[in-house]
Write a protein that binds this ligand. Structure first.
Ligand code: CU
Length: 67
């Protein structure tokens, strides 16, 4: 997803399995999100931030933060 600087991104787990949104570079981590739980991260600097799920290595995404 693409967002502007300062955006708070919220991940909500609607799945029955637990997931995380964990930065590949270690800069953020929602921790374990069980069904119905949410985690949020504020993106306050520009760049491209890749993340994965700690439980399912095939699940990944990226947040692109504009200036
Ligand atoms: Cu997962």
């Amino acid at each position: 997803m693409s967002v502007t600087r300062g955006t708070v991104v919220v991940w909500t787990n609607d799945d029955s399995a637990p997931h995380t949104a964990t930065a590949k570079d270690g800069n953020f981590d929602t921790g374990r999100l069980n069904k119905g739980e949410s985690g949020q991260v504020t993106f306050d600097r520009p760049g491209t931030f890749e993340y994965v799920c700690n439980f399912h290595s095939s699940m990944s995404g990226r947040v692109v933060v504009g200036p």
